[in-house]
Design a protein around this ligand. Structure first.
Ligand SMILES: O=C(O)CCC(=O)C(=O)O
Length: 287
């Protein structure tokens, strides 16, 4: 068996300043999907996020992990959506198959290649929650991604709003989901976010360590973390500023991320509207 043939590398490996990721507290949530009621829906509307601590059981988590590992190991040669950490570029040829798992940064658009991963992205309880958060509208999943943040190597995902990456008409409700497959802690790079700041609308993004909000906008803000056990998950607004630090630990931090929009919304043909709202061009700003 061989690895999937395409070797794409992530761009960027610059380290962030530690002050960008010093949360003041931990986000609120419920234990199970069944605990989601009107108060939690209100919390999502007001704060831009909702945590379900025990969304998936160990069997579902293990199936998803096995699905990812099989794709990384090249068991489905048609799947080529893997990118490796930039820092692993030199050492990759020296790594055996098992060790290569810990050089992968990201897998994208994989659900059609593995039924176990499709099952978790289309889990009835997850889809019901998405539909509720979208205002009782049917949803479409438009993006699936797995971010693996390998031990010591896994780079930061700088602070950003996900809608800055999507060409949907302004005002479209997008809900992101983030599912922990390993325990996610502050040390290995769990999610951190700015509660309530989805209400500020689009923020200007700059191409720096990534397509991101300027560090100076984030420093000194009251951020919150979402440490999760395996199977715990976060729902968050496409306008919620969030980021994850470098994995400074010796532990894996594998997570799935799926994005959903109302089923009747279509993407725009170009970047113009997105950049008008999220880009810096033509605005008297610098970073
Ligand atoms: O999983 C992570 O480290 C960050 C994911 C994220 O925020 C993104 O890809 O938009």
């Amino acid at each position: 068996m061989s690895l999937a043939p395409t070797k794409q590398f992530d761009h960027g490996s610059d380290m962030h300043v530690p002050e960008l990721y010093q949360p003041l507290g931990v986000g609120h949530g419920v234990e199970h999907f069944e605990d989601i009621g009107p108060a939690e829906i209100t919390q999502f509307r007001e704060q831009g996020y909702l945590i379900v601590r025990q969304a998936f059981d160990s069997r579902e988590v293990n199936e998803a992990i096995q699905g990812l590992v099989d794709l990384i190991m090249g068991k489905n040669p048609e799947f080529t959506g893997i990118s490796f950490e930039a820092k692993a570029q030199d050492i990759l040829p020296t790594l055996g198959l098992e060790a290569r798992q810990d050089a992968v940064r990201k897998l994208m658009f994989f659900v059609e290649y593995d039924a176990r991963l499709k099952a978790i992205s289309h889990h009835p309880k997850l889809l019901k929650t998405i539909s509720t958060l979208l205002g009782d509208r049917p949803s479409q999943m438009f993006q699936d991604m797995a971010l693996l943040k390998p031990p010591r190597l896994g780079r930061e995902k700088p602070w950003h709003q996900d809608n800055a990456y999507f060409n949907y008409p302004q005002g479209t409700s997008v809900v992101g989901t983030w599912i922990a497959l390993d325990e996610a802690t502050i040390e290995n790079g769990c999610m951190q976010f700015l509660p309530g700041q989805h209400k500020k609308g689009p923020q200007i993004h700059f191409q720096r360590r990534d397509w991101q909000i300027c560090d100076t906008e984030i420093l000194g803000q009251r951020s919150v973390a979402a440490p999760l056990k395996p199977g715990g998950m976060l729902f968050f607004s496409g306008l919620l500023p969030h980021g994850t630090p470098h994995n400074s630990s010796g532990l894996r931090r594998r997570a799935l991320q799926f994005h959903y929009a109302p089923a009747d919304v279509s993407t725009l043909p170009d970047n113009d509207e997105r950049l008008k709202h999220f880009g810096s061009e033509g605005k008297d700003v610098s970073c």
